[in-house]
Design a protein. Structure first.
Length: 291
């Protein structure tokens, strides 16, 4: 009992794996379980001001000029992916087939958000950086027992934000033809970015892999739009550092997406095991389900 109490006290008084500077008992550990609450963004509660034509949140009437030059992929995430190397992109409609272009990490920008709304969504960039950095570290290095804690809702909303920026900037395309659909015009996207409670039941992040599946560990982030017969984007397939996911904006229809039958909806934990270490990346959810 004494040893168990000492271990418990060590956890309570140790650093919070959520990335804050606080100790666990004052942050994300309630004495029984770890939980990272979703960021409160509140773009729909901002006071009215004006509308900036190129901002995709202009219908909220709370824009503050100028247009900001939003990164399509957060610069902090790009820097995690590139490490000590270079950053390259491919598969965009303005590149030749199979062409990859080396870019400076700060150069992949588009004018799709005003200064105010860009700032409002910035906490999602921080959450994504911590998610990518933790996962990349755990995959690449076999060293000790490590644990990171993120809000799954923040990761979901960052992926939605990234897909939205790519669609608005006409970088989601089939061949050289830009695709339309929910990511480029649906106002419900603003509700889903605003608050995790606005996501439809069954919509969200699905992990398409299970224990024992083979993966290829590489420092890449890949995004592929999934379309219907009218070429409207309905979902996005994702590869994050070799792990496969799908982001759905609507409840799962297994007749439409049979490959998601048996997929893990909103995974609760990614466990990475090596000969001398086991690392956890825990994802917190607030939807009343068991994950």
């Amino acid at each position: 009992m004494g040893e168990a109490r000492r271990k418990r006290e060590a956890v309570l008084n140790g650093p919070c794996p959520g990335g804050s500077a606080k100790v666990a008992r004052l942050c994300c550990f309630n004495g029984k379980e770890w939980h990272k609450p979703a960021c409160t963004l509140g773009p729909k509660s901002l006071p009215p001001s004006s509308s900036v034509a190129k901002c995709y949140m202009k219908e909220l009437g709370s824009c503050v000029a100028p247009i900001s030059g939003e990164h399509i992929i957060s610069e902090s995430v790009i820097r995690v992916l590139m490490g000590d190397g270079e950053f390259s992109i491919g598969g965009l409609p303005w590149l030749a087939p199979d062409e990859e272009k080396i870019l400076a990490p700060q150069s992949l920008r588009t004018n799709c958000l005003c200064t105010k709304h860009n700032s409002t969504l910035h906490p999602l960039d921080n959450a994504a950086r911590y998610f990518f950095a933790s996962l990349k570290s755990y995959l690449e290095r076999d060293e000790g027992m490590r644990h990171a804690l993120v809000s799954g809702h923040d990761v979901e909303r960052w992926l939605l934000k990234t897909a939205k920026a790519a669609a608005v900037s006409k970088n989601l395309a089939r061949g050289r033809t830009p695709l339309s659909g929910a990511f480029s015009w649906d106002s419900a996207i603003l509700d889903m970015l605003d608050d995790p409670r606005h996501w439809p039941e069954g919509a969200g992040l699905y992990c398409t892999m299970n224990a024992g599946d083979r993966m290829s560990n590489h420092p890449r982030f890949q995004l592929q739009p999934l379309t219907n017969a009218q070429e409207d984007i309905e979902a996005v397939a994702l590869n994050i550092l070799g792990l496969g996911f799908v982001l759905l904006l609507e409840p799962l229809d297994v007749d439409k997406y049979p490959f998601l039958r048996g997929a893990n909806y909103r995974p609760g934990r990614i466990i990475i095991s090596y000969p001398t270490s086991t690392s956890w990346l825990t994802m917190s959810w607030e939807d009343g389900r068991t994950h």
